[in-house]
Ligand binder design. Structure first.
Ligand code: CA
Length: 232
């Protein structure tokens, strides 16, 4: 994990460098806005820890220039308590989080972990289970590369299954999440729609994907997880 520390206060910088290295961060330090710009131009970082009170310019200017080129590199801003306005501007400019000085090192670590984690999990644009793929942008489903047309409820039902592969979903839970309003729990609408989905998904020669779990509900299986690897 490569971290750029932008901090002009030598004492704080060396304390942080030591602590962050001990936590496994490969840390580079910049002591001014100009040095920060340089480092950002030449090195790939995973996260930036940015002090706002720098000798040559506000850290906000570093952030502004960074965001004009890179929307995704996570940035945690370090602010003094008096800089509430800067904190707000920082978030507006695209800082992912901030820590107020004086801060606890544990809190700082937690914030860094959180922003790195969420940056590495961009909102999925597709869901894939075995040979089944849902393109969430175009709303087209593919089985074994072949497009499958789904009605809106069928889509919602399949998306629910694909977000929880191998989990048994009860009829009540499916009703609640796909139909939302108070359907009669005795209604067989779930079974009817699972039937529709099966007909569309069970292409000749391919493994059936939706299992009935007697007395419990339904689940989507992932063919490659089913065991012997014999599926060609
Ligand atoms: Ca400073």
């Amino acid at each position: 994990m490569r971290l750029l520390l932008v901090e002009d206060d030598r004492r704080i910088a060396s304390f942080l460098e030591k602590g962050l290295r001990a936590e496994g961060y490969v840390t580079e330090t910049a002591a001014s806005a100009r040095e920060a710009d340089e480092s950002l131009r030449f090195v790939e970082f995973d996260v930036v820890l940015l002090d706002l009170g720098l000798p040559d310019e506000s850290g906000l200017e570093v952030l502004r220039r960074l965001r004009s080129k890179d929307r995704s590199l996570p940035v945690v801003v370090l602010t003094a308590r008096a800089e509430v306005r800067d904190k707000v501007v920082g978030l507006d400019l695209g800082a992912n989080d901030y820590v107020t000085k004086p801060f606890s090192f544990e809190e700082l670590l937690a914030r860094l972990r959180a922003v790195v984690r969420s940056a590495s999990q961009p909102e999925a644009s597709e869901l894939v289970v075995g040979d089944l793929r849902l393109d969430l942008l175009t709303k087209i489903a593919y089985r074994d590369g072949r497009p499958i047309e789904l009605a809106p409820r069928e889509w919602a039902l399949l998306e629910l299954f694909m977000r929880r592969p191998r989990h048994v979903l009860s009829r009540a839970r499916i009703l609640d999440q796909v139909w939302q309003y108070g359907f009669d729990p005795g209604s067989n609408v779930v079974d009817v729609y699972v039937g529709y989905l099966r007909r569309k998904l069970n292409l000749p020669g391919l493994v059936p994907l939706i299992q009935t779990v007697r007395g419990a509900g339904y689940r989507l299986i992932a063919p490659e997880a089913e065991g012997d690897g014999a599926t060609a």
